[in-house]
Design a protein around this ligand. Sequence first.
Ligand code: IPD
Ligand code: CA
Ligand code: CA
Ligand code: CA
Length: 263
Amino acid sequence: MEIGSMDRYIKSLIKEAGHRIRNSFLTDIVVQSKADANDLVTNIDKDIEQFFISRIRKDFPGHRVFGEEGFGDTIEDLEGIVWLLDPIDGTMNFVHQKRNFAISLGVYQDGVGKLGYIYDVMNDDLYHAIHQGGAYYNDEQLNPLPETDIATSIIAMNATWAGPNRYVDHEGTIRLIRDVRGVRSYGSAALELAYLASGRVDAYISMRLSPWDIAGGMVLVKEVGGLATNFSGQDANLLEQDTFVAANSSIHQKLLTDYLRKK
Ligand code: IPD
Ligand code: CA
Ligand code: CA
Ligand code: CA
């Protein structure tokens, strides 16, 4: 399938999934915990992942799918075409707020991000990008990211990382919080990347993210000239959990060298 038809196919699939999620509020949602009491998952996260996978397997039999809830393939490399899917990013917001969550999807060919989608389900806002074809907020094309310096930047980051943690020297993080203009925390990595790509924040930082959290957003961020790496400056990890920093190109290096010192 050529890229334009695939883009149209994916948009309609995502809109249909969004419709299912909004309808799920009419029924009881079953909430469970995974790794710890605050790591939530619901029957809807699982249903939506299965919905995507059954369609992808039927219509793209040669493609592989890497999804958070484990209904897809076991992925150890990015050869061929791989769909990286987070059916609901921001499950805690989904459960507690019934808003501020997203569907996140990236389609990669031999490790190169070709298509990226972040769908803010309750606002019906779709952010998407086509590799070398531009990034969009609904029908509006997004501009290249502006240059900022640390003192005039707004960064998105979870407050947890300002305390002692095993990933980063938190004194560097606290200094960063003091040096920037403002800090925001939205509870969905995918939405935070969409806000970076659309210029509402200037960086997004996390000590621990999984491939499906970042795959869609990375296509968007790169398409508007942003950079995304781990804290060692290597390409962001699309095979396993890792540290993550995405930012406009004028502050990305400074964040790495001056503030995000790995333990
Ligand atoms: C989580 C959200 C959250 C981030 C966590 C992710 P989930 O994804 O993106 O903002 O801080 O690290 O695991 O579990 O809601 O899909
Ligand atoms: Ca989860
Ligand atoms: Ca996620
Ligand atoms: Ca999820």
